[in-house]
Design a protein around this ligand. Sequence first.
Ligand SMILES: [Ca+2]
Ligand SMILES: [Ca+2]
Length: 263
Amino acid sequence: MGFNRSRWVLGLTAVAVLVGSCAKSSPQAESTTTATLGPSATATTPTLSPTPAPTPTKTLSPTPTPSSTPTKHSPTDAERAAFVASFHPAAMHGVDNVAVNADSDSDLEIVFTYVPAGAEDSHVAVADWDGLAYRIVFEGDGGPADRNPRVEVRDIFHNSLPKIALFDFTGAGGASLALFTFRSPTAAGGPAYQPLLASGGCDNANHVYGVTGATLVDVDADGIPEVRATCETPGTPEASYPVDIYKWDGRTLVYIRTEHPAD
Ligand SMILES: [Ca+2]
Ligand SMILES: [Ca+2]
């Protein structure tokens, strides 16, 4: 019996030692795990919250931009009026403007006439519509003028290329006619205007016809007007100045004869 009791006591002691070692190791493991999880969980929370807020705002704002891209169109009355209001050349007389279809497209061009500050001749400026805006595509001088010219823009010689006619006046009796023609749309350099030069006569190689009078009159009754233009003749009274007649030959104005007031 003594032997058995001592074995039982030994057994109990062994159990107690085992339980004691387990009780010692378990708080060690728990404390390690808790310490590691704690700080990493709290650190994640503040870093996440500010990130999503600004991101969607930045990506959305550029999206509407493509809808504002300008598309080519015909000019509206308001766009034409705005360009006229913005055109301010330094001028002594004028500025007048006419809106006409002066070339071969369907949009209205704007033809401005005025006498520039300090100038003795009249001036014309043509604004054409490029699909998005008006811009000046041609400028030229007319004849002597102390007031703004009277302007006509039409297909004067029936060749489907509109002409610009400036009827200029100066002093008591000065009167002349300046002519410009729309160039063919297929001409090098694209659509624009150029002076319509006389071939022969006293205004040879000039686009300003007459000094004391110039008119568009159909002198040979073929339905197309000719230019009748006075020629300055020193020593002769202005009323007796000869008149040269220019006829449209399909390309330019060609001198055909001279008329004298006394004839
Ligand atoms: Ca046009
Ligand atoms: Ca004629």
